[in-house]
Design a protein around this ligand. Structure first.
Ligand SMILES: Cc1ncc(COP(=O)(O)O)c(C=O)c1O
Length: 378
């Protein structure tokens, strides 16, 4: 369930309060004019929610991936392993760092197949970037174990898994770094925005510098006299985004709980043999924002997609936005996008139907949808 469905008076009040406090939209400086530092507060609130030690707000989820990779030191000649079922941003960020994306296929969770990961590791592998697609965690125990054995840092892309857990710990907090997106379609939104979870002191220092033109923020020194620790860029978040983010974060428990009820209605209600449910690792609690079934009978799949349209649910990315979510379609980016593993993932994805879980439909609506889908297969 996307956070935009719950934007209301609280977000409006927070924006007005920012104006009343002096209207400083910038995250740094202007101390005489401002009362608070909302970006820094949002980072602290998010850390407290996730139970982690350090986080950095940035301008988007895509920026968050780039900042994490840059902070790890990913650059020309390096390889970063990610997965075929993905959002294009991950591969864009790798390429923007000057590195080469190396793509693993999907397992039955539709996420990175740990069995393929190890074979893709080379002396050039600088980072591993598993992506928890559409709310379901990847098999992290296996991925983290392989990464640890090879001494390679893991950046978890949890942009689509805000609120999901693995072994009782929030996704995004288990690797050396983790990234979230707060774009308009995500579980909580700041319009545009992102956040990097920083579990390593050295990565944290570099991430802060890189996202802000290299600023080292010398204590007691104004920004004008500050020095740069590295070549950076501007991926800062604004105070406008942060005040909205703080309000949205307070709604996340409600979003997860309400999504869970609708997800359960589908999970319990879809019983026909035509539908194979997505595998959820036993250690995982999904974010419940999407429900995916594999439908091997092409005619039933077509009818199911049609029914989802008729009943006003639609589909979420599978099959309607495959071009942006499967690496096979990204041959414009100059990497090998048609390996057997990626083609196999494409074939797997073509059999899936992803149902968006929204607040706009009631639990009863979702139960009725399950019944309607069952009826298609008799
Ligand atoms: C898995 C994944 N990674 C990264 C991103 C990029 O996030 P943003 O849109 O905030 O740049 C998205 C956004 O759709 C995503 O779904």
């Amino acid at each position: 369930m996307p956070g935009f469905e719950l934007i209301g008076q609280e977000e409006r009040d927070a924006l007005n309060a920012l104006m009343d406090e002096g209207g400083v939209f910038f995250a740094h400086g202007f101390d005489a004019k401002r009362k608070r530092f909302h970006v820094r507060e949002f980072e602290a609130d998010f850390c407290a929610y996730l139970g982690c030690g350090d986080a950095l707000c940035v301008s988007s989820g895509t920026a968050a991936i780039k900042v994490a990779l840059k902070a790890i030191g990913v650059g020309f000649g390096d390889e970063v392993i990610t997965q075929s079922f993905n959002f294009i941003a991950d591969v864009e960020a790798i390429i923007d760092c000057g590195a080469t994306p190396v793509i693993a296929g999907s397992d039955d969770t539709l996420n990175m197949d740990p069995a393929q990961l190890e074979a893709l590791i080379t002396p050039k592998t600088k980072a591993i970037l598993p992506v928890h697609m559409l709310g379901v965690p990847a098999r992290l125990d296996e991925i983290l174990e392989i990464a640890k054995r090879h001494g390679i840092p893991v950046v978890e892309d949890a942009c689509e898994a805000v609120g999901a857990k693995y072994n009782g710990q929030f996704c995004g907090t288990l690797g050396q770094a983790g990234v979230f997106s707060f774009d308009y379609g995500k579980a909580i939104t700041t319009g545009e925005g992102g956040l990097v979870i920083l579990n390593d002191t050295d990565i944290a220092v570099k991430a802060r510098q890189y996202h802000d033109h290299g600023h080292i923020n010398l204590p007691g020194v104004g920004r004008g006299l500050d020095r740069a620790g590295m070549t950076g860029f501007n991926y800062r978040m604004s105070e406008l985004n942060a005040v909205v983010g703080k309000v949205q974060l307070k709604k996340l428990d409600f979003i997860t709980a309400e999504s869970g009820k609708r997800y359960d209605a589908l999970d319990q209600g879809i019983t026909a043999a035509a539908y194979k449910k997505r595998a959820i690792p036993p250690q995982a609690t999904p974010a419940f924002d999407t429900y995916i079934v594999e439908v091997n009978d092409a005619q039933i799949r077509e009818h199911a997609i049609q029914k989802l349209g008729e009943l006003g649910f639609g589909t979420k990315n599978l099959p309607d936005a495959m071009n942006w979510h499967c690496s096979v379609f990204w041959d414009h980016m100059g990497f090998d996008s048609r390996t057997p593993a990626q083609l196999e993932t494409l074939a797997l994805l073509e059999r899936q139907v992803a149902i968006p879980v929204t607040l706009g439909k009631s639990v009863e609506d979702f139960a009725a949808l399950a019944t309607a889908l069952n009826e298609l297969s008799v």
